[in-house]
Design a protein around this ligand. Structure first.
Ligand SMILES: [Zn+2]
Ligand SMILES: [Zn+2]
Ligand SMILES: [Zn+2]
Ligand SMILES: [Zn+2]
Length: 498
């Protein structure tokens, strides 16, 4: 821990203990927006491979993959990744090869992550791979496991998983109890590794990044460059401030966020947004995000539950929305959503699009215009329409989501930047150069803070913006020349000179 403290101090950081929160990462100097606070390679990581979707164990890429010929479980994109992973995979490969085909099928990404965690500890303790202050098993031991808060059912599941790990490793010296506790640690501390567009690729354990606590109004953001976890400041962070990222999707109401945090991370958030729970502002916000709209189409009032529980009353015009009516629409919505999800996952995008349009119609009747559910439906429509290459309609839906994004996310949020990027790409494709420049500029302004400017993803975005600018000035100059030199002007010159 002392080694880690001095390594962190060099970066302008320290680990402090904050009452009710435990370990926290605190700044010892100022950080400006977009600055990298800390970055870390995973202690152990795995791609989220399934029978239909495989990724390279080293870089998580999905193209040109070859399966390890010995174990037939792990994939690599080439010899560079295979070599860099070999020290550890050599042991894992041997262990996996011992299993019969049926058992191999039950080796899920979580099981592999645990196996790799133990193998890495073994390699480090035997000094086959080096340790550093930020890369050693002691840091994994220091992570919270919340074992006492886990229910019986979950404990049984962890014990079963631990049994399988034991069977794979065949190390008599480690106990099932210890492995089960480590599964609980992974559940609270491991991070989903995403690509630049926030699509999940795998899971990794980053013991130093795990020290960073959660806030629903964070001052920093965690993104990934390959497997490297990078935390950047999204606002000015003065010296002596706790570094905070968000563990969950922060778009929901306080109740929704608290529920998600309690279920997955086993704690109650007391961030500036969460302490407002029950106050008028918070109730109002929940009613907008997840509540119902007024029956009168012209009224923008929000609805609160009636005292005698017959329904919901508009706080502006006092009109009542009957509980039964709401229930009926909600059950129709549930049925349609199930169908739409099935259609999308089986690749029937046209069918899914018509379902989502019916859902949108019903939700427009039921929900507030800034409703999260309505926004999700429009996101789904955007995705399906892009699959169908219906660019104009996709753009219309993309534009509809942006005001909601702007309302629910802070200014520098990766999702807001990415949505502007999608909008800009569609506008560019449809030849709306002026609009594309506006959207791509907004995307750059946000994503340069959250993603930095060095990744291939950002370079591509910057090139697109440059191209759009070049196209606009070309259009402008051809417009100008046709204004100054209209066609008949040239004809007249022709006439004069000949
Ligand atoms: Zn690779
Ligand atoms: Zn292998
Ligand atoms: Zn919170
Ligand atoms: Zn009303």
């Amino acid at each position: 821990m002392e080694d880690l403290q001095s390594a962190l101090l060099e970066r302008g950081l320290t680990v402090s203990t904050i009452p009710e929160k435990g370990r926290s990462l605190v700044t010892t100097r100022d950080f400006s927006p977009g600055e990298v606070i800390i970055s870390q390679e995973p202690y152990a990581s795995v791609p989220n491979n399934s029978s239909v979707d495989s990724r390279c164990d080293g870089c998580l890429k999905s193209s040109n993959l070859k399966r390890c010929s010995a174990c037939q479980v792990v994939w690599y994109c080439g010899s560079t990744c295979q070599k860099s992973e070999w020290n550890l995979h050599r042991l894992e490969c041997h262990a996996l090869s011992r299993l019969n085909k049926d058992r191999q099928k039950s080796v899920t990404p979580s099981i592999r992550l645990m196996v790799k965690l133990y193998l890495r500890r073994k390699l480090q303790s035997e000094k086959i791979i080096p340790t550093t202050p930020a890369d050693n098993f002691k840091l994994v031991e220091d992570l919270v496991s919340h074992m006492s808060d886990i229910d019986e059912k979950q404990l049984v599941l962890y014990a079963q998983m631990a049994n399988l790990v034991n069977l794979i490793l065949q190390w008599p010296e480690i106990s099932i109890k210890e492995i089960a506790e480590n599964f609980s640690k992974l559940a609270c501390n491991a991070h989903t590794i995403c690509d630049s567009e926030l699509r999940p690729l795998g899971t990794g354990l980053y013991p130093v990044i795990s020290i960073i606590n959660h806030s629903c109004l964070p001052n920093s953001v965690l993104v990934f460059e390959g497997r490297l976890a990078v935390v950047r400041a999204v606002q000015h962070i003065p010296k002596g401030t706790e570094v905070l990222i968000s563990y969950i999707e922060t778009a929901g109401s306080t109740m929704t966020r608290q529920k998600a945090l309690k279920e997955q991370y086993l704690f109650t958030c007391r961030c500036p947004r969460c302490i407002k729970v029950g106050q008028y502002d918070d109730i109002r916000e929940s009613a907008i995000l997840e509540g119902y709209r007024c029956k009168d189409n012209g009224c923008s009032g929000l609805l609160l539950r009636d005292s005698d529980d017959t329904g919901f009353i508009c706080q502006q015009c006092r009109l009542l929305r009957n509980k039964e009516e709401i229930k009926q629409i909600a059950s129709e919505l549930n049925f349609l959503s199930d169908q739409a999800i099935k259609s999308t996952s089986s690749g029937h995008y046209q069918e899914a699009t018509s379902m989502y349009k019916m859902i949108e119609k019903l939700q427009t009747k039921l929900c507030h215009s800034f409703s999260i559910n309505l926004m999700r439906t429009r996101e789904a429509l955007l995705k399906n329409l892009m699959e169908l290459q219906e660019w104009r309609e996709a753009l219309a839906y993309c534009r509809l989501t942006i005001p909601v994004y702007e309302r629910i996310y802070p200014g520098f949020h990766p999702l807001l930047g990415l949505q502007y990027y999608t909008c800009g790409k569609l506008e560019w494709l449809l030849g709306d150069t002026e609009d594309a420049i506006k959207s791509l500029t907004k995307a750059v302004d946000i994503l340069r803070i959250t993603h930095g400017t060095n990744t291939l993803f950002m370079k591509e975005l910057l090139i697109k913006l440059e191209e759009a600018h070049a196209e606009a000035s070309y259009k402008l100059s051809s417009k100008m020349s046709s204004k100054i030199y209209p066609l008949d002007y040239f004809c007249k010159i022709d006439v004069c000179y000949h």
